[in-house]
Write a protein that binds this ligand. Structure first.
Ligand code: EPZ
Length: 422
């Protein structure tokens, strides 16, 4: 297993290109099942997760051609050969569960392995199953698989989520595009990824209104057609690299970044002392004078503070001039980076879903363990300003969601290298 070594090395300066959004790409790929016509996606990030969902899709009979070094994906679901997404594939990528809605809507039947939990939480799928049941599907659980069927097709209905689940909103919205009649989703997720999925489905001939608000209305159509769609900028990668100059000092321009993707996070970064300027090419983030300010944050569904940026923000608060209180309300176990930051000399006290971070003057490099995707990148960020060497092990977590992170940081002056696994 590879590891990444970071040495504290002074201010960063330069430009970082931000890739296409991982979480959006995964849903657009799954949604291509809804039509027998070709779907072409551009600005697709080169990530392990994309390769994994591609394996799931090909196991269903979907043909995928990766062009331009994987940044363009030509997808054809003209000849589906299976409606079963196997455990062995789904267990590697929870997001594979997003094929359930499209498969059921296209085929009238779908068998998809339950995704199981992951490091950050149990991650049930009850909201997904309740929504598909409301759409008229018969849903049974057998031997760890969801068996969903709707031989007469799906029927429009009203769905009212107790929680604005991103995945459940997206599975329900995709399925409802081919249902008979109108579906109203209340307390829908408002994430930019969900809006991007709605935009793509509409470009395929769906009739979806209200994406980005809490109420989405889908009027079912008989069929969807092919599309060529660009994947939007990855707001989580962008937010991650906004933290880098705050920790290391300096100024970095994030190419393709835009503030409207992370309104709350940008506000918190400004309160912490970041100078954020919109440029012709994206966003420029400069560390203001003086120490990082202590800023509290509570993770919430969009447009609130993104849970996927909580670990990165914590790494920054480890060097703040006071005490910041971070509350994780989305997942039940998303502070696994805290014990690793403690190994680097941070002062973090975790009580349930709350972490109290008291800033220290300097952090010390240390060997640390990546535990999940966003935790691993927070350790790299902390290493940028630590005295000495930080070795982040098990970086396969990182490769699921970040393209060439060491190359992008080295290009702006970081002392960072990847050490191939022994
Ligand atoms: C998506 O996960 C993202 N993944 C996550 O990003 C992100 O953290 C999350 O949304 C929240 O923004 C992808 O898009 C592939 P949820 P998802 O359904 O859809 C509970 C990353 O780092 N819940 O909004 O699974 C669930 O347990 C990943 O890129 C139910 O209780 O998120 C969790 O506590 C990590 N029942 C909360 O809702 C359900 O049926 C948020 O889940 C579904 C969810």
């Amino acid at each position: 297993m590879d590891s990444i070594i970071v040495r504290g090395n002074g201010p960063l300066n330069g430009q970082i290109p931000i890739a296409g959004a991982k979480n959006t790409s995964l849903k657009l790929i799954a949604a291509s099942i809804l039509t027998e016509e070709p779907v072409t996606l551009t600005n697709v990030p080169k990530l392990a997760d994309i390769r994994t969902i591609s394996d799931v899709m090909t196991s269903l009979g979907v043909e995928i051609a990766n062009l331009q070094d994987g940044r363009v994906m030509a997808i054809s679901a003209a000849n589906l050969t299976s409606h079963k997404a196997e455990y062995d594939l789904v267990r590697k990528l929870r997001a594979s569960f997003q094929v359930l809605g499209p498969l059921l809507a296209r085929n009238g039947e779908a068998i998809v392995s339950l995704p199981g939990g992951c490091a950050i939480g149990a991650r049930p799928v009850d909201l997904h199953l309740d929504a598909l049941t409301a759409l008229g599907a018969k849903v049974d659980l057998k031997d760890g698989y969801v068996h969903a069927s709707a031989p007469q097709g799906l029927k429009g209905c009203e769905i009212d989520f107790r929680f604005a689940s991103v995945g459940a909103t997206e599975n329900a919205m995709a399925a409802a595009t081919l249902a008979k009649g109108t579906t109203v989703i209340k307390n829908a997720a408002r994430e930019p990824d969900t809006v991007a999925l709605a935009d793509c489905l509409n470009a395929m001939g769906a009739q979806i209104e209200g994406a980005g608000t809490s109420t989405i209305v889908i009027t079912g159509v008989d069929r969807l057609h092919g599309v060529t769609q660009e994947v939007l900028t990855d707001r989580i990668e962008m937010g991650t690299f906004m933290v880098a100059p705050m920790i290391a000092g300096g100024s970095v321009e994030l190419l393709g970044g835009s503030l409207d993707l992370i309104p709350c996070f940008a506000e918190k970064m400004t309160q912490a002392g970041a100078i954020i300027e919109e440029t012709k090419l994206g966003l420029k983030v400069t560390k203001g004078d003086g120490p990082i300010k202590a800023v509290d944050a509570v993770t919430e569904p969009f447009p609130g503070f993104p849970t996927d940026l909580q670990a990165q923000f914590m790494a920054m608060m480890c060097l703040c001039d006071g005490t910041a209180v971070l509350e994780e309300t989305i997942f039940e176990n998303r502070f696994m980076h805290a014990p690793e930051l403690l190994r680097m000399g941070a002062n973090v006290e975790v009580q349930g879903g709350t972490a109290k971070v008291t800033g220290v003057k300097r952090m010390k490099g240390a060997p640390v363990m990546a535990t999940d995707l966003r935790a691993s990148v927070s350790l790299i960020l902390a290493g940028l300003a630590a005295d000495g060497e930080t070795q982040v092990n098990r970086v396969y977590h990182l490769d699921r969601g970040y393209e060439r992170v060491e190359e992008k940081l080295r290009a702006v002056g970081a002392d960072i290298e990847r050490v191939p696994g022994r």
